[in-house]
Write a protein that binds this ligand. Structure first.
Ligand code: NAP
Length: 275
């Protein structure tokens, strides 16, 4: 049997690192810690090594298309693809950051939505039959959804929204913030929230496509919220440790062979949530 392989983006620290730690303990295969910075990535590999764990390393900056395609070629060549993909890499501006809202919108959506979409565009074709794909989204994306205009909410919840339509809507939000017209356009005042609304909606669109176009491959693709977790992003007042935050993403990454659900869902605390 060919070697199973799991890859986790943005895993040099925080929840991603905890996901790699848990997969090293629980996954019957090779686990790749991926970081945009080689040095930070190798340090994290060494830290897990001192815990007796042995992840592999591959550089990956999701904002750099050539970095994505280089990684895809590597995994295709070495393993014939990947079995588990966890899209964990993400960014959030701090509440006190003085950057103007339109800059925050452009930068946040570039990584959390557009670059994660690039990851899915290029990696999904090499996810093997029986594969598991997990997009680390957030409850903040659900809250942002409920703060959108009824018309936008209807589109994000619809079964017939296409990837192109979603990409257009995300770009519309970014463009509207430049003219300070996003509120009139029915958008909430949260760039991070909208980026995660987009990511969860994208998960649902791509899951429907997998069911249609690769049904026999039985790949399960879900979005999740790890909870509020003590990391550089969320600060030290959050109730969950990174290892606790990793529980739901790892549960989705390790859904047993033959499982048919959840698929195309938003999951938190191992439970499917309303959308
Ligand atoms: P974190 O500690 O700030 O870690 C974020 C990770 O993403 C870092 O490894 C970072 O790398 C990496 N990253 C950022 N941009 C990247 C890029 N372009 N390419 C590759 N890697 C990139 O944050 P976290 O709290 O662990 O967050 C992990 C995920 O959970 C994010 O998607 C976040 O939105 C989501 N989330 C977090 C919470 C929470 O309470 N913490 C709640 C809900 C959802 P560098 O070290 O190089 O910057």
């Amino acid at each position: 049997m060919s070697t199973k392989v799991a890859v986790v983006t943005g895993s040099n620290k925080g929840i991603g690192l905890a996901i790699v730690r848990a997969l090293c303990k629980q996954y019957q295969g090779v686990v790749y810690l991926m970081s945009r910075d080689e040095g930070r990535g190798q340090e994290a590999v060494a830290a897990l090594g001192s815990e007796g764990l042995k992840p592999m390393f591959h550089q990956l900056d999701i904002n750099d298309l050539s970095s994505i395609t280089t990684a895809v070629a590597y995994f295709k060549d070495k393993y014939g693809g990947v079995d588990v993909l966890v899209n964990n890499a993400g960014i959030a501006f701090k509440g006190a950051d003085p950057a103007p809202f339109d800059v925050q919108a452009e930068v946040t959506l570039r990584t959390n939505f557009f670059a994660t979409r690039d990851m899915l565009t290029h990696f999904l074709p090499i996810v093997k039959a029986g594969g598991r794909v997990v997009n680390v989204s957030s409850f903040v994306g659900y809250r942002a959804l409920t703060q959108c205009s009824p018309a936008l909410q209807k589109r994000f919840r619809s079964e017939d929204i296409t990837e192109d339509e979603l990409v257009g809507l995300m770009q519309q939000f970014v463009d509207a913030t430049k003219k300070n017209e996003h509120k009139q356009g029915g958008w909430p005042e949260t760039a991070y929230g909208v980026s995660k609304t987009g990511l969860t909606t994208l998960t649902m669109i791509l899951a429907r496509r997998l069911s249609k176009e690769r049904q026999s491959d039985k790949i399960l693709l879900n979005a999740c919220c790890p909870g509020w977790v003590r990391t550089d992003m969320a600060g030290d007042k959050a109730p969950k440790s990174p290892d606790e935050g990793a529980i739901t993403p790892v549960y989705l990454a390790l859904l047993p062979p033959g499982a048919t659900d959840p698929h195309g869902k938003f999951v938190s605390d191992k439970e499917v949530q309303a959308w």
